[in-house]
Design a protein. Structure first.
Length: 423
């Protein structure tokens, strides 16, 4: 037996980790001759080694076949987006026809609100969390104005009611009930980007629907991090990015979910030719006939070079499986939490909920002593090759990713903070 929370304990946990070989599937930036301690997969995931192969195959097909690449081989460009459909559905807990990889997150959010935010006098309110990621807030506010309503009265931002800046389930329930008759849309995160708090999506969908509202989710920090069950949650729609835990590269193609009950609906939408029924698309008719399911919200040809790295990452998720990744994530982040509480309680305060069901990989940390001390620690960590990220005004986010982080990575992080404290 090794002493709990010791270096030897970390080594033992790594040796027993059934997912340990996946680390070798990723490329790590270097600090000197060593790999960085990389805890920033909540902002940009590492590059899968297989990404280069798929990108190079696409470049080679383009070079050798040009336009004919649209029609040749199992990886032909005409149906390339379908190569990621089924594995993506498995990652988010959806039916294959409920998901599509397209556009970017905020573009998809706008496209979804065209269809699902249909305000009328007396029911025009959007409920979201205070401190939402700015791009979401910009989108919500601009949609309200576009429809002729006033964000001052029709954008309700629920303030945190818990000491660490988190929001209780009771506060969400109260807000939905209070504004229910006026609610057109509840737009909520799967995980709040700054605090790392995870939410019960099925319960939020149930509460919103009970009031006659549409319910959608921004899953930027939840996809590839939590076990999601979008279909069973009853959500009307969801949007997310793939460059964080899904490791598809900077500015990667994003994802979108539309529940199957809307698959063949006559919802209004902004239409484009790639959303047209694929069986008659090339007849070039003047009337738009949407493809059933989420694919009917596509606009233009998929960016093949952008989809290629996502293929490589999703293959790893299929091999590892979300349940196994989540089990390791609970242990890995729990190990980080326990070490902080034992050895760094005088330095770091954890903002993220202690309940594992209310968080993913990420722990959001505040440094005792305030923002300037926090920034000093963050800058020191970067200087020694330990990479998390900083979110204003005073949060350091550290996210051990179970696909490529080790228990020893977490242990080394603790040692680096202790070294800084000793200066």
């Amino acid at each position: 037996m090794t002493e709990p929370l010791s270096r030897n304990h970390a080594v033992t946990l790594d040796a027993a980790d059934p997912l340990r070989s996946f680390r070798n599937e990723f490329l790590f930036p270097k600090h000197g001759s060593n790999d960085q301690l990389y805890f920033c997969g909540n902002s940009l995931g590492l590059q899968p080694r297989g990404a280069r192969k798929y990108v190079q195959e696409t470049l080679d097909k383009w070079a050798q076949q040009a336009v004919e690449g649209h029609f040749t081989g199992a990886d032909q460009w005409m149906t390339y987006h379908e190569l990621v459909r089924d594995p993506l559905a498995r990652v988010v807990g959806a039916q294959p026809d409920e998901v599509v990889a397209m556009n970017t997150l905020t573009a998809n959010l706008h496209l979804m609100m065209v269809s699902f935010y249909r305000p009328v006098p007396g029911r025009s309110v959007i409920l979201t969390e205070a401190g939402a990621f700015p791009s979401d807030r910009y989108a919500l506010e601009s949609q309200i104005r576009f429809h002729g309503f006033d964000p001052a009265t029709d954008l309700i931002e629920l303030e945190p009611d818990e000491p660490e800046g988190t929001i209780s389930p009771e506060a969400i329930e109260r807000a939905i009930a209070e504004h229910g008759p006026r609610l057109a849309l509840v737009l909520w995160p799967g995980i709040q980007y700054r605090t790392g708090q995870a939410f019960d999506l099925a319960e939020i969908a149930r509460l919103g629907h009970a009031q006659g509202a549409v319910v959608g989710f921004d899953l930027a920090h939840a996809v590839g991090n939590l076990e999601l069950n979008l279909h069973d949650s009853g959500a009307d729609f969801a949007v997310w990015c793939h460059y964080k835990y899904l490791n598809a590269g900077p500015g990667a193609v994003a994802g979108c979910f539309v529940h199957e009950r809307h698959a063949s609906s006559d919802l209004p939408r902004f239409a484009g030719w790639w959303g047209h029924d694929k069986h008659s698309r090339f007849r070039m008719g003047p009337q738009f006939v949407p493809s059933p399911g989420a694919e009917g919200w596509q606009l233009s040809n998929p960016p093949i070079l952008g989809l290629a790295p996502l293929r490589a990452s999703l293959e790893l998720f299929d091999r590892a499986t979300l349940p196994a990744l989540r089990r390791k994530s609970l242990q890995l982040t729990g190990f980080l939490e326990a070490l902080i509480e034992k050895r760094l309680a005088d330095v770091l305060e954890i903002v993220t909920p202690a309940d594992p069901d209310q968080r993913g990989c990420q722990l959001s940390l505040q440094v005792v002593g305030g923002r300037e001390r926090g920034r000093e620690l963050f800058d020191y960590l970067v200087s020694v090759g330990t990479i998390g990220d900083w979110r204003e005004p005073d949060v350091i986010r550290i996210s051990p990713c179970p696909l490529y982080n080790r228990y020893m990575d977490v242990y080394h992080f603790i040692e680096e903070v202790e070294a800084w404290r000793g200066f």
